[in-house]
Write a protein that binds this ligand. Sequence first.
Ligand code: ASP
Ligand code: MG
Length: 451
Amino acid sequence: MIQIHKFGGGILRDADGYLRAAQRLTQSGPGQVAVVSALYGVTDELDRAARNSSANHVDEFSRQLLQRHMSLIEPIASADVQKDASAALVQKINRLTKILYGIQLLEELTPRTLDLVHSFGERLSAIVLDAHVRNSGMLCRAWMSDQAGLLTNAAFGNAAPMMDACRENLRKNLLPDAVAGAVVFTGYFGQNADGHVTTLGRGGSDYSAGLVANCLDAEKLWVWKDVDGFMSADPKVVPSARLLSDLSYDEAEELGYFGAKILHPKTMAPLREKRIPAEIRNIRTPEKPGTVISVEGRQIHAVAKSVAIKKDACLVSLNGGALGSLSGTAYPLFEQLRQHDLPIDAMASSQADLTLCFEAKYLPLFQTCLASVNGHIAPPTVEKDVAVLGLVGEGMRRHVGTSGKLFSCLAKAGVNIRMISQGASEINITVGIARGDVDKALKAVHAEFIE
Ligand code: ASP
Ligand code: MG
């Protein structure tokens, strides 16, 4: 059986990080597939290099990037392995340098080229991890996800996988090498049918790990982090917050959308489809159980498991006749929001009002969307300095009166609720509150539902 291991940039910061990652693979015996992110911070740096590439910048940037990756393979004892890896790194950096020069000469950076540049972080990182694994005597092969056949559509910057083709290609290419020992696979990108590199969106290598697990029918996905797992609340605000041992796929997804920086919410769909469990573990204490995400996670009896918060939100209300009929105004508005990729966190509506809650940084974009909707819409009422609090747990499906309890608990704490939204799935209740009330709201809700 195949096991997938995800190593993110958060733990791949130096040679020690790669060493620890390699140990996770070598201690598990054959059948391991590692999905890697770029070395910490490198995707951001590649992004900047692509956007402002001037001649001397390119050379200096490439030189430093190569040097940093070379230092990661310095501790490798085997001269052969080190030589191979350094040749592979040089070859990648040479190609990247040419691409950056190309951008500079053409004075043009298309989304397609940006994706290609972004992919180099993962490519370099995979070469480094592969070298560390082979250095310890395990058979290993680094596979670039475009060559392995992770096929996607052509939505550069936010590509979606073509699952049938991925399954066929990844099984054919990765399985023989994985069965023999280990495979290191680049997260975050794939390629479209024309052979152009596409990325799955920032933070997308978690999603890659879910896709690989699905395609290879893996037994389990291990997610290695520098924290133990999901928490019942932010421990900086709520000292009594505790580690969550079990979550369902839906709960983990919901918490991911709330900004829990543990596992990208998109990762859940491919796992859920094949009922593959995921386990978060702290790479510094690998024996210590973390959070398990599985089908069984939903059976754990608790009304709510976690209270999450998003701080920088705003509320926008469109009201009265301005909104008109749904088909007249709301549908075209939503179409605009979709076209501009504006993520809505929560929504509440009545006959005459529609209130949308989203991150405040999207306000200008929202105004653009609104302006391009034909017909007359009165200026919306905008409330800034809003925070979104979400109470998450499958247990709510079975318990009566959770919302009532939440509202009265917030009222008792002196927190004014500005918006309420509860999904039909009933695994979360979301309320909009003033940002200044966040700490007392979190403490009160955690004490009421979780402690
Ligand atoms: N390296 C990519 C990023 O920084 C993908 C990932 O780390 O998940 O967005
Ligand atoms: Mg990441």
